[in-house]
Design a protein around this ligand. Structure first.
Ligand SMILES: Nc1ncnc2c1ncn2[C@@H]1O[C@H](COP(=O)(O)OP(=O)(O)OP(=O)(O)O)[C@@H](O)[C@H]1O
Ligand code: SF4
Ligand SMILES: [Mg+2]
Length: 325
């Protein structure tokens, strides 16, 4: 059975300025032992999507379906969702300092979380905490378990967060920008750790990032989000070798390249992300799209393009894609 199956997920916030449609009907699945990368610029709806999957979308209207191992979570009693959260679905956040409590030792926080879900004695839970700290590569875990978050470096704190997530032996981990706050070397180590654990334990993993470089390292499948919708979905290798959607191509062009001549500037996509209160008509990307700039097709400004199959296992939401046209 598919581990996580998200269908037509939409999230809307009612604000003083009007309805903010942060997520507009997206679909994705995560299988055991696979990694889905969700990528997009700031404000594209990545975090809102993951919070909605976790049932943590305070104050938002959420519609669609989120099936976890066959259980529907949208509209399920709070108790059902709470039982799954932390126990079978764990989350790793960008900022470990705000997610970890400053006044409790790392070991206590992991042990308490473990006991909440598994019960058992304090001693067993503490032993489990030391074990998972060792699993995530923290040297001297028995001693470090007795330390407070501020005594850990940024990279070590992020490892401790992963240990916290792992302590309950979840089936699915959702990691929202897990390495953004880290320097490049530590980032690579933490990503390597996450993917190794994911493979060894056959976990489903969702990695959310604005960095295609991170996706290239870890993802099997990729969901590219733009303005709350899916622009493109594809297996990672084909996305990188032959991106279909103009937005994906723009993201790829803005990746630093090892083979680029020295001094070659990064080409960020010009313009800014669309307003969610008053999105542009038609394709939300059209004000920034180089293909539209050249062809000025009225199709681009008519209706919001639907995600359509463009190749085996690939979907793109561009009306001018030769398959869609
Ligand atoms: N509680 C809220 N009320 C109103 N709008 C919200 C709320 N939470 C999020 N949004 C809006 O939803 C949109 C998507 O936000 P989200 O946090 O998912 O973006 P993101 O893709 O994770 O961006 P980033 O890369 O910056 O983390 C944003 O425009 C944000 O302002
Ligand atoms: S639908 Fe038009 S504007 Fe949108 S990505 Fe395709 S070519 Fe660009
Ligand atoms: Mg976010």
């Amino acid at each position: 059975m598919t581990l996580l199956e998200v269908t037509d997920l939409a999230v809307e916030f009612d604000t003083a300025e009007g309805a903010v449609r942060a997520v507009k009907g997206i679909d994705f699945t995560v299988e055991r032992g696979r990694t889905l990368g969700i990528v997009g610029e700031s404000g594209s709806g990545k975090s809102v999507t993951s919070l909605a999957v976790m049932g943590l979308h305070r104050g938002a209207e959420v519609t669609g379906s989120v099936r976890f191992d066959g259980t529907e979570l949208i509209g399920a009693p709070e108790e059902t969702v709470r039982r799954l959260r932390g126990r079978r679905i764990a989350m790793v956040f960008q900022d470990a300092l705000t997610a970890l409590h400053p006044y409790f030792t790392i070991g206590d926080q992991i042990a308490e979380t473990y006991r909440e879900h598994h019960g058992g004695s304090r001693k067993t839970a503490w032993a489990r905490a030391v074990e998972v700290l060792g699993d995530v590569g923290i040297p001297g875990p028995a001693r470090r378990a007795g330390e407070y978050p501020h005594q850990f470096s940024g990279g070590m704190r992020q490892r401790a967060m992963i240990a916290l997530a792992l302590s309950c032996e979840p089936d699915l981990i959702i990691a929202d920008e897990p390495t953004t706050a880290l320097d490049v070397t530590v980032q690579a180590q933490v990503l390597e750790l996450l993917t190794r654990l994911q493979r060894e334990r056959g976990l489903g993993l969702v990695i959310i990032t604005h960095d295609l470089g991170v996706i290239a390292r870890v993802a099997d499948e990729v969901l590219v989000m733009y303005g709350g919708s899916a622009a493109e979905q594809a297996p990672a290798d084909s996305l990188f070798t032959a991106p279909r959607h103009p937005y994906t191509r723009g993201l790829l062009d803005s990746l630093p390249r090892l083979d680029a001549p020295e001094g070659d500037p990064l080409r960020a996509i010009p313009g800014s992300p669309p307003s969610l209160l008053a999105p542009p008509p038609g394709c939300a990307f059209h004000p920034r799209c180089p293909v539209y700039a050249e062809r000025k097709s009225p199709l681009c400004t008519a209706d919001r393009p639907l995600l359509r199959v463009v190749d085996e296992g690939r979907r793109s939401a561009c009306v001018l894609d030769e398959v869609n046209a």
